[in-house]
Design a protein around this ligand. Sequence first.
Ligand SMILES: [Mg+2]
Length: 323
Amino acid sequence: MTLHLADVTEEELLARIVPLLQGPDARVLVGPGDDTAWLTAGDGRYLATTDAMVRGHDWIDEWSTGEDVGHKTVAQNLADIAAMGGVPTGLLLTLAADPRTPVSWCEDLARGIGCAARAAGTSAVGGDLSGADAGTVMVSVTAFGSMEGRRPVLRSGARVGDVVAVAGTLGRSAAGWALLREERGAVAPDLVQAHLRPAPPLAQGPAAARHGAHAMIDLSDGLVRDAGRIARASGVVLALTTDLLHDDVAALAAVVGEEAALDCILTGGEEHSLLATFADEESLPQGWRVIGRVEDAGDTRGGMLVDGTPRSGGGWDHFDASR
Ligand SMILES: [Mg+2]
């Protein structure tokens, strides 16, 4: 018989999931169990970000386990901390769920959150539980982070003449999503895994900051779309060269075909790799590769070129009614 949320008290549920969320972290002075957590705040300044996932919108149970959802929501939040150049210092979790949700699903969620958090050197320090309408499950994670005394790397710092560089994979999450939709997941389980449990190169965020990155963002909504955000925030043009993406295309082409591979790389969302601009190639930390250059925007407000052709849009839009 399946145990549902309606069958257990809040205390019983917390007793099951809190141990799964935690890990040793000297920065957590008071963890779960009191009215709030008490955290050290680095140098007195801290990063804060939040990201929610809703069943049916951001995942479907047919493809994602609770553990997958936990991994992904932590990855989304911590990629944002990394994209500023910071390191995570703690997470808060809110779960609003239909009382008929299996308790085991919540334990899986907590296991995924705890596992992804510990891998990044942090843990969940508290949260909130709420009931929700039939069928509704919403998971929200709020992450805190420290710049360790540095300045954050903003989207607005790209300068004409910079190189555009990326750390991490490109297009793999979108390719995995395409395989799931086509019911061909067995062809490349590693790509499906990249979609269900993105593993951002979190350490590359602080590394880029230490190496003097001028601007940075994580690739949540597609390379062209997110690079466009740096371009407009900085008032420059980011000019990408697909020749420099040759290895990324080759890695996906065998599974999805060459044209779809390039499309996944340029417009695929939820990759959570890091995109940054640096003064020159010599400034790149190990693990970064050049994919383009920053050019003058002239009298435009800035934007994207791919092989010299203007590109905009593409990628993921949460409120796109055409899906
Ligand atoms: Mg982001």
